[in-house]
Design a protein. Structure first.
Length: 297
């Protein structure tokens, strides 16, 4: 066998690895998308979103600028966003229900009433998001996507896979993550009143950790052994930062709705929002990713 033939065989083998991995994700995305529209079950929405995100991750490795796969990437991205709106509402509702249960058990009737109003508001938001998903997802996962997918598989994948090394991409993501972490540490050295930008940077760091986690998972077949533990590593980091982010989102959701819209009294509103704010700070102080020194009260 000639050297040229050996190179070609390796390229074909590499392409087949990518093909098998991506086809599995694509089939999962299609199956869960169909199930998601038949009842909007939490897990179906979640899995459809996860598989679309993994597909987007692999497409970004193969075609970082999306110059070759622009239409396919756009279709999957739109689907992922629509699924994300419903998923985010599901998570918020579940969180506020848990808070309402705790308030009820503690005899905090006014707080429970406030949370009941928040849940009702979020259910209306989710209802709108579900309606948009039901209208858009069949088109985004239908014949047009199938045609785009077949074109990608038959005419684009082999050439893109031959040119890309997932290990290089992984290392670039690591470097970007460390840079973001360094920026976060610097921003949190400012006085607490100036932490808005720091929290936004922390949110970006969480997204960077999620990207590393998904890359380590979805591209595991193409990564060297040294990266095989990265999924667990960055999952832990993402979860630590996620606790902070989830509490911030709860507080910001409450504030965006407003006290008057929720028909809450001034005292219960002030007490609950202050308690949420304290939770955000406590989660920040407990995280080990970006250590922040606790400010004495």
């Amino acid at each position: 066998m000639t050297t040229e033939q050996q190179v070609k065989d390796r390229q074909v083998s590499k392409s087949r690895q990518w093909e098998q991995a991506m086809n599995k994700l694509y089939v999962n995305f299609q199956d869960y998308s169909k199930d998601a529209l038949n009842g909007f079950k939490d897990e179906d929405i979640h899995q459809a979103r996860v598989n679309s995100r993994k597909l987007l991750t692999l497409l970004s490795i193969l075609d970082p600028g999306h110059t070759v796969t622009a239409e396919l990437y756009s279709s999957l991205k739109q689907a992922q966003k629509k699924l994300g709106k419903v998923r985010d509402a599901d998570v918020l509702i579940t969180s506020f229900k848990a808070r309402r249960k705790s308030a009820t058990e503690a005899g905090e009737r006014k707080t429970a009433k406030l949370l009941e109003a928040v849940i009702g508001h979020q259910k209306e938001t989710r209802k709108t998001s579900r309606k948009k998903l039901k209208n858009k997802l069949p088109k985004l996962s239908g014949r047009t996507l199938e045609a785009q997918w077949n074109t990608f598989m038959e005419t684009q994948l082999e050439n893109l896979a031959a040119k890309k090394d997932a290990n290089v991409v992984m290392r670039e993501l690591e470097v970007a993550f460390e840079q973001k972490k360094k920026a976060c540490k610097t921003l949190f050295k400012a006085p607490e009143a100036e932490w808005k930008e720091a929290f936004e940077a922390l949110h970006e760091l969480r997204i960077a950790a999620k990207e590393l986690r998904y890359t380590a998972n979805a591209a595991a077949f193409a990564l060297s052994q040294k990266f095989h533990a990265h999924e667990a590593l960055y999952k832990d980091i993402q979860e630590q930062l996620g606790v902070i982010n989830d509490k911030r989102v709860s507080l910001e959701t409450l504030q965006s709705i407003g006290r008057e819209e929720l028909d809450a009294g001034k005292k219960v509103w002030a007490a609950f929002t202050e308690a949420l704010r304290a939770e955000v700070l406590e989660a920040l102080y407990q995280n080990e990713v970006v250590p922040v020194k606790k400010i004495p009260r």
